[in-house]
Structures are given as C-alpha cells and as structure tokens.
Write a protein that binds this ligand. Structure first.
Ligand SMILES: Nc1nc2c(ncn2[C@@H]2O[C@H](COP(=O)(O)OP(=O)(O)OP(=O)(O)O)[C@@H](O)[C@H]2O)c(=O)[nH]1
Ligand SMILES: [Mg+2]
Length: 241
C-alpha cells in the first residue's frame, strides 16, 4: 500500500483492544497514520497509547459536550491530513486486513470504498432484523434523493478521499445525526451524485474485548435518519419503549 492514508479509530472505553489494534495497524501499514478519536474514556486508553510514543499515532480527546460516534468520525475526517482515510471499529469486528483492500480501491480511483459485511452471524436475531429494516429504509431514502447506494449503507468500515468528504461535512453537518452510529449513511445522503463507489467484502466478527455501546437510543437515532418513514417509526417506537 502506498502512503497517504489515515486510519480513523473512534473509541469509547476500548482499553482492552486499543494497544493491540494500533500495534497491528502500524505493523501492517507502516506508512499510514492512526488517528484515535476518543470520547473522554476514563479507562486509561490515553495513557496506553501515549506510552507507545509513536509519531504516526495521534490520540485526540474530544469535547465531552460533543460526544457521539458519528460526530467522532466526522471530526476525525476533518482532522485528517492525508489524501485518503479509512474508518473502522477498534474492537476487531472489522479486520485490519480490510484497510489495505479499501486503500487499494481508493488509489485506483474510487471516491468511497465500503466494507460489506458478508457474514452477519455475529448479530443477534433482533439486531439482524433491525439492521435489515434500517438498511431497506436507507436505500429507499438514497434512491429518492438520487444518491449512490450500497449493499451495506450501515457499515462502519469505509474509506474515502479526504477532500471530498471534508467538503460534504463542512457544508452539511447541521443536518447530520451526530449522536447516531451510522456516519456513512449521512455522508452518502449528502455526497455528490456522481460519487464513484466501490465495495469490498469482509467477514464481520464478534467484539474481542470490552463492552458494546449500542443502545435503544442509538437505534432510534438511526430510524430518524431515514425521513419521512423512519421518523414516524421512531416516534412509534419511542412510545413503545
Ligand atoms: N468516539 C466514540 N466512539 C464510540 C462511541 N460509541 C462507540 N464507539 C466506538 O465505535 C466503535 C463501534 O462501537 P461498538 O460498541 O463496537 O458498536 P457495535 O459494533 O455496533 O456493537 P457490538 O456488535 O456489540 O460490538 C468502537 O470502536 C467503539 O469504541 C462514542 O460514543 N464515541
Ligand atoms: Mg463492535
């Protein structure tokens, strides 16, 4: 892989995984930077990363009032100073080997490359249903807006050309669902219509260490992203919960 890539790792209390993930990425991709966008984890993550003393690794401590996974990803892209970025989870559900495949597609000319989860057995039945319903609504919304679509709009593993997405973020961030989990969907909703999209497949694993941060609040915020149908569903679900 050529240089000029930043791997963005949004993190919240990932001290169980962070050193192994950063070490794996730095070993596999010595020319790439690692940017950790952390939401004030009080679990020693910062100290662990600082002890690595690696100039290619930056630990960014976010403002507590701006907490949110999507917000961390958008800010990570805004902070990126390389031609490409790849966003991935820190809990090894996204394989580090996918970073190289995504970067190769970007170097070949894609504006956005999405990691498609080929195997979703890691999801519980209820999350599997939620995931597919949300996907269906999202694809419908993108189609109505005449935007590019993907087999996995809800994926948290994706990479893009930094300049394109910096612009998408700076011009549309007021319309984004900052506390949500689905940054890619917001980016695709506001991306240029002629965006060149590629996809790579990967096996979606199970979380390695630490705890999941997915909650009903996150699922509701996801529904709200698919207006107008999703917003109505979210209102109904809020009453039921
Ligand atoms: N900066 C930031 N990162 C977060 C936040 N919530 C989760 N993350 C990170 O986002 C990534 C995905 O979060 P997970 O909790 O694994 O969510 P998930 O993969 O949908 O849930 P599981 O399948 O249960 O692991 C991980 O790297 C988390 O540390 C947050 O509020 N802020
Ligand atoms: Mg996870």
């Amino acid at each position: 892989m050529k240089g000029a890539c930043t791997v963005i790792l949004p993190t919240y209390k990932e001290s169980a995984n962070i050193v192994r993930m950063v070490g794996t990425l730095r070993q596999m991709y010595p020319d790439s930077k690692v940017l950790i966008m952390d939401d004030n984890s009080d679990d020693g993550s910062k100290e662990l990363v600082e002890a690595l003393d690696d100039p290619m690794v930056r630990f960014f401590v976010r403002e507590p009032k701006d907490r949110g996974l999507s917000a961390s990803i958008f800010q990570g892209i805004a902070e990126t100073d390389t031609e490409y970025f790849v966003n991935m989870d820190c809990d090894f559900q996204h394989p580090p080997s996918a970073v190289g495949s995504i970067c190769r597609e970007l170097e070949k000319g894609a504006d956005l490359c999405i990691g498609i989860r080929e195997e979703r057995t890691a999801l519980s039945p209820i999350r599997w249903i939620a995931s597919w319903s949300a996907h269906f609504l999202a694809v419908l919304t993108l189609w109505l807006r005449n935007k590019k679509r993907s087999k996995d709009v809800m994926s948290g593993l994706f990479g893009g050309r930094t300049d394109i997405f910096k612009e998408v973020i700076s011009e549309n961030s007021s319309e984004f669902e900052m506390r949500g989990f689905k940054a890619l969907y917001d980016l695709m909703k506001f991306a240029p219509e002629d965006l060149r999209v590629e996809e790579i497949e990967f096996e979606f694993g199970t979380r390695q260490g630490g705890e999941s941060k997915l909650s009903s609040t996150v699922i509701l915020s996801l529904l709200r992203q698919s207006e107008p149908f999703g917003k109505t569903l979210a209102k109904l679900a809020e009453k039921a919960l």
